[in-house]
Structure formats: structure tokens, C-alpha cells
Design a protein around this ligand. Sequence first.
Ligand SMILES: [Zn+2]
Length: 76
Amino acid sequence: MTVPKLILDFLRENEGSAFCADCIKAHLKLLRRQQAQQATAALALNELVNCQMDFCDECFELAPKNFRRDRVDLLH
Ligand SMILES: [Zn+2]
């Protein structure tokens, strides 16, 4: 299972919430925050997730937070 796939599944399970890279890293037990950042950046490029500066729903830090785009449902 690739990191981007794990992140998409995680965001799907938490529909309606958005998370910063730190929280995604913690939830998916990734070794490095950079893995979450790179994967979410790739997902955003492919328009599978939205990424915008806002307060994370979990840790409430101001950071780029990520949430699934509705469009994903059309792709599967
Ligand atoms: Zn967070």
C-alpha cells in the first residue's frame, strides 16, 4: 500500500474533516512528516485532495490542511 493510497483511505474514513501533515503522519504511523507532505502534495496535484492554509481539525495548528475532493467519488 502506497502512502498516497493510505492517505486517501484515511481521508475517506474521516470524511468532512481535514488534517495537517503532522496529524496524517501520526495517524498513519509514517516515519517522517516529509512522507505525508510529499504524498499530499502529489494528491493535490492530481486534484484528489484539496490543500489549503487553515486550522487543522485535530491539532488546531495553522498549517496546510488536507481534505478529500468530492471528485474522487466520480473517479472510482
Ligand atoms: Zn494537525
